[in-house]
Design a protein around this ligand. Structure first.
Ligand SMILES: Nc1ncnc2c1ncn2[C@@H]1O[C@H](COP(=O)(O)OP(=O)(O)OP(=O)(O)O)[C@@H](O)[C@H]1O
Ligand SMILES: [Mg+2]
Length: 624
């Protein structure tokens, strides 16, 4: 461990009691596996030093040796996992009042991680590597895991690591993968499914809004969406009062979905194998249905199905003329007094008409202007490969999996590589919004999730959206932990503005701080980490000779100065957890043994897909 001299000094200075004895008593220092870890850490350092000074001739052997050491070190780190107790963050030194110069393994108790975990650090310091280690332990714990990996890309480090971890803990069947960049291996998901009208409308608008967006546009967009969803709910209720048709359609969707999962996947992605076979019962139900296919078809064709609505319908009806048509339909389809409806259709109809009238109380040109952002973003989500991902299935299989008792899920979402920044942003926010609404929906139903849930967001600062604080709250309410990794707190501020950023940061109670660069971020981090009080003896020189007097003074010093933070080595940093602060050597983790190979020509296909998406956005924005 390259612990900095300055740090060592501070640790010694701030140490009030010697915890060495305690550690010895508890057996930590005696543990063989701990000794082994320290041994391989030293070996690793030595080999790197040798490599630095090596001649051409010595290189090959040293590189071989380094590979062996890396494997040993990686295994020694994993041996430190203590899944029953908590999450292993690395080995480190306590700072602050009970500071100690002896290293100890740092395990964050699961129950203390509920209020979320955040890591920050400049580029290439090891945030994503840490994330992979955290994900692995949650997988080992049997938790449901959702990973949002905006970087994704061709190398597929995160996906490969997740696949490897799932394999190691016999959970390969739980893996599900979502990405518009690789439609042939991606699952489909209708993020609108299962959300209330308000959740869908407000959630969507939240995810497309920016800190500078005028409140008027936000309200207008929400009103239009509320008008459409409420109208659809009314129309669905009056055309399918028993709900039987809708149930049939949902089962048909499920059947279609399984067919897709079984046929379209290429054999090399059989890590997705066996997805959902147990649901054959439901398909049987469908086959034996008493409702005729004709009836189902008719219902399907008239198209007013709120439960299974996708962005395509929202996009279609968010335009002036179609919205007007919708109003006509609502007016025409009257309530049948002889039927006993399950919902209060009178109120639904009144609400729908009120919302429609209000949204349409303007001329077409003005309407087009104020709904521009909304229709653009809806279009971007309903066409091309993104449309394929989000709209070609009308149900949300991920939500089913989170609620099901019998099997868990490890979902990797790779919305878009960051190189297509603007496209990536909207899409990533939508995915986050979806997970948030999903948690909301589960919460409202009052059902606890059958398993603990952990949500990992890499590059979290840049995908944050105004409303993300609800995400943290909802997750906390469900007992789920959110893990966020970002370069600086500044990223959050840019995405959601100062006030919300602070709320987000207040929601992160376990903090990892790695190397930071800018003056403001290192200062901020130093403040965050805090200070310790130090007694200083000061000589008061008066008149020379032996008469000098001494006085003691209490001085406050940073536990970790801005300069310390700026000069942190890669893979080392500060961890604040459960009221304690540590200097940590984060676990070494070797690259996954094999990289998941994406479909052929992936980068070209990906480029084409992304470029076309970008174009759609640009064209739309130019027109507007
Ligand atoms: N704990 C570690 N074990 C092994 N390698 C590490 C570790 N930490 C960092 N590295 C090395 O540093 C590289 C960068 O790490 P990583 O991708 O996690 O950085 P990052 O902080 O996520 O950067 P960015 O902000 O650019 O995404 C890794 O590819 C790896 O080679
Ligand atoms: Mg990273």
């Amino acid at each position: 461990m390259h612990i900095k001299d300055g740090f060592l000094r501070r640790i010694k200075l701030s140490s009030k009691k010697n915890t060495l004895q305690e550690n010895e008593k508890s057996g930590i220092l005696e543990s063989e596996k701990f000794k082994e870890l320290l041994f391989w850490k030293r070996e690793f350092r030595t080999i790197n030093e040798l490599l630095d000074a090596a001649t051409e001739l010595e290189m090959p052997n040293l590189i071989k040796r380094k590979k062996v050491i890396e494997r040993k070190l990686d295994a020694a780190e994993r041996a430190m996992h203590d899944i029953n107790k908590g999450l292993y963050f690395g080995i480190g030194y306590k700072l602050g009042n009970d500071a100690d110069v002896k290293p100890i393994p740092i395990i964050g108790r699961w129950s203390k991680l509920n209020n979320h975990v955040g890591f920050k650090g400049t580029t290439r310091v090891g945030k994503t590597i840490n994330m992979q280690g955290h994900i692995e332990q949650c997988i080992a714990k049997g938790m449901d895991v959702i990973v949002i990996d905006p970087k994704g890309g061709v190398k597929q480090d995160v996906l490969s690591s997740v696949v490897e971890s799932c394999h190691a803990y016999d959970r390969s069947e739980d893996i599900t993968y979502f990405s518009p960049a690789f439609p042939s291996i991606s699952q489909k998901i209708n993020v609108c499914y299962g959300l209330s009208n308000l959740e869908l409308s407000a959630g969507f608008v939240e995810s497309i809004s920016t800190p500078t967006m005028d409140r008027f546009y936000i309200d207008t967009a929400e009103e239009i969406l509320m008008a459409i969803t409420t109208s659809f709910e009314y129309l669905q209720e009056v055309s399918d009062p028993t709900g039987k048709l809708t149930a049939m359609l949902e089962k048909a969707e499920l059947k279609r979905y399984f067919a897709h999962m079984n046929n379209e996947r290429k054999s090399e992605y059989d890590f997705l194998e066996n997805y959902g076979f147990e649901d054959l019962d439901m398909i049987d139900d469908y086959e034996q249905s008493v409702i005729s296919e004709q009836e189902v078809l008719e219902f399907q064709e008239n198209g007013f199905n709120r439960s299974m609505m996708t962005f395509r319908e929202l996009e279609r009806y968010a335009h002036y003329k179609e919205l007007k048509n919708l109003r006509t339909t609502v007016k025409l389809l009257e309530i049948n007094r002889n039927i006993k409806y399950k919902k209060n259709v009178r109120a639904l109809r009144d609400d729908a008409l009120r919302l429609l009238n209000s949204a349409l109380a303007t001329d077409e040109t003005h309407f087009a202007k104020v709904s521009k952002t909304l229709t653009n973003k809806l279009a971007a989500l309903s066409v091309g490969p993104i449309g394929e991902l989000l709209c070609s299935i009308r149900i949300n299989p991920l939500m089913n999996r989170l609620i099901r008792k019998d099997r868990g899920v490890v979902a990797v979402m790779q919305p878009f590589p960051m190189k297509f920044k603007r496209s990536a942003e909207i899409f990533n926010k939508m995915i986050l919004g979806m997970v948030s609404s999903m948690m909301g929906a589960v919460g409202v139903e009052g059902r606890a999730l059958p398993r603990r849930l952990a949500i990992f967001i890499d590059e979290a600062g840049s995908v944050a959206y105004p409303g993300i604080q609800d995400f943290f709250n909802r997750a906390g309410g469900l007992g789920a932990t959110v893990f966020v990794y970002t370069q600086t707190d500044e990223d959050y501020r840019e995405s959601v503005g100062e006030t919300l950023a602070n709320i987000v940061l207040d929601n992160v109670n376990t903090k990892g701080i790695m190397r930071l660069n800018s003056l403001s971020s290192t200062r901020e981090a130093a403040e965050e980490i805090g200070t310790f009080k130090q007694m200083k003896t000061i000589a008061m020189v008066s008149g020379g000779g032996t008469e000098g007097r001494y006085t003691t003074d209490v001085q406050e010093e940073y536990l970790c100065s801005p300069q310390d933070i700026k000069s942190l080595p890669i893979g080392e940093g500060i961890l604040m957890h459960d009221g304690k602060t540590y200097y940590v050597d984060f676990p070494f983790r070797k690259a996954p043994a094999a990289a998941v190979k994406m479909p052929e020509l992936s980068s070209e296909i990906e480029k084409r897909i992304l470029a076309s998406f970008e174009k759609i956005l640009e064209e739309k924005e130019e027109v507007a």
